[in-house]
Design a protein around this ligand. Sequence first.
Ligand code: ADP
Ligand code: GLC
Length: 472
Amino acid sequence: MTVFHLSAECYPVAKVGGLGDVVGALPKYLVNEGIDAKVILPFYDKKFTQTHVFETVFTGQSNLGNRSLAFEVLKESTNVLGFELYLIKIPSLLDRVDVYGYPDEIEQFVAYQISVLEWVITQHIQVDVFHCHDHHSGLVPFLIQYSTRFDSLRDIPTVVTIHNAQYQGWLGWDKFYYLPNVDVSKTGLLDWAGCINSLATAVKCCTRYTTVSPGYLEELKIHSNGLEHLFYMEQQKGLGIINGIDPDVWNPETDTMIGDNYLASNLKNGKALNKKTLCAEFGLDDSKPLITFIGRLVIEKAADVLPYIFSACLEKFKGEVNFLVLGSGEKYIEEALSNIPISNNYNVFIGYDEQLSHRVYAGADFILMPSRVEPCGLNQLYALKYGTIPIVRSTGGLKDTVIDIKEKNGYGIRFENTTPEDACQAIETAIKLFADTKKLNMLRKKAMGLDFSWNQSAQQYKQLYNSLITIL
Ligand code: ADP
Ligand code: GLC
């Protein structure tokens, strides 16, 4: 069975957040399950593309309205990622450095989707399932059914995975002419609240959609940035499958990005060494608990609340706790975090640094995630794998993956509201736990032994694909 994964990100080719991690790992585990999973990405001018060998497997032409675009399909020659990787390159549109943030992002992703389909129909490529990740490929289920240009693909089932419904890929109706040969009686399927909404279209037109945790599947009916009614109406097509983690990349025993490798059996010493190095680098007090935040500094992650939480706790627990932030995002949040005075209890690194993130997961005692919205969350899973205890708000995937220490078999700290008060209370619990070294080490060991590998989730995706192929 051949499954085409369409995505904007795929680690290590291009990663902005968890979407990249998932698309860089899941296909590998699907290949292990006997599925011919391929990833098709827009081309980016990044380190990976500069340092790997690609062959051109197709050159073609696609139309974006009245603009004719020459494109190339490049294949990574050695399947170094454990699956076939293809890149769609369009000079001066899909050949840039960054994944997101360009003023013509709509044109970029529409051209990407149309070019993938052009390539598939022209070369008569066998595709059994199109698996579209987030809104960047959300028009594919519509296009293959209702554009006469792609008639031959009409019966191919589509799976749409929603990693984050906050971003929906909105296009004004003035861009409708970008979509080739569309059956105009079906244009209602493109519309949500007066514009073309790629994610809403995907949900309406896909065969099945999945969310990256079961909890998020339910939440979307209540909070989904305006799509609540749609998720309610389409719920029979939905399925929640929790993400996994890739131990080839995230494993304290083998991680080449951390200073001192460790196992559950020598975690006390291993973690202490990593913490010492990290605290020395950031001028922190390694005898006190180290709580970190790693992530995008955006409202969804409640990063706007972090400065209040840190200021309140630094005052309340004077000298008794350290905070270290690694993140980038909204400028006003970056500034607010940078304005907190650096001390031997607080430091911040504004920027994106993959290697540093590994060192922080390994060196920190706790990771704080006060997220307002968290469809799955990978940080808490990586943290657990490194014996770092998560302090999370009870929402979405965080609720599905972290059991509070007050409950049976618990290993994390949960709190209810995105408020400095609730977060500070949870931090107080963490400080007390840190003082109880016996309990802390028992919990760390338990955390490291949890199984959040991809194997089980990959099997669930496989079952889903099989069910779609059997239906037809
Ligand atoms: P999201 O995809 O919503 O950003 P996830 O928890 O699913 O959240 O995944 C975030 C991923 O991005 C993790 O791999 C995390 O380590 C990484 N990450 C986020 N911000 C940074 C940063 N500033 N530097 C390095 N890695 C980061
Ligand atoms: C999104 C979500 C995050 C999830 C990731 C991978 O970016 O915000 O919660 O873990 O996708 O599915």
